[in-house]
Design a protein around this ligand. Structure first.
Ligand code: 5GP
Length: 117
């Protein structure tokens, strides 16, 4: 069940500010408030999806494909395509998910350790 009051829903609604990297009508990419690497960006679809499984199971291929293509576009715009990066999506209790709105972390700008985010 999606929580309409989660922090990312408030960011999408403009009720809480964020440092935007890219935004269009479907997606939003912004800086993580507590970065764990030199580059730490969060990417979210503007949909009521709790986690990765919810997003993939309940949306059409165009929506899913668009989100992943936008992740890649942001990676290119950050200039980390060649140096490398990590894309992560935490889900549920074992996955360590804190915010119950589907999101990916894009980490880069330096070597990312083996256990991070
Ligand atoms: P999760 O553990 O759910 O995968 O990651 C949630 C992420 O959201 C964390 O890395 C945390 O630092 C970030 N975060 C939590 N609250 C805010 C906020 O208000 N603004 C921003 N920009 N990031 C947030």
């Amino acid at each position: 069940m999606y929580d309409n009051n989660n922090i990312f829903a408030k960011i999408i609604a403009g009720k809480i500010p964020c440092k935007k990297i890219y935004e269009d009508e479907h997606v939003l990419f912004f800086e993580d408030i507590n970065p764990v690497s030199k580059i730490h960006i969060l990417g979210i679809p503007k949909l009521k999806c709790v986690n990765f499984s919810d997003f993939v199971a309940n949306n059409n291929e165009k929506t899913i494909s668009n989100f992943f293509k936008k992740i890649n576009m942001v990676i290119e715009s950050l200039g980390i395509k060649e140096s490398g990066y990590r894309v992560i999506s935490n889900s549920g209790i074992d996955g360590g998910q804190e915010v119950p709105h589907f999101h990916v972390h894009i980490l880069g700008g330096e070597k990312i350790g083996s256990k991070i985010r």
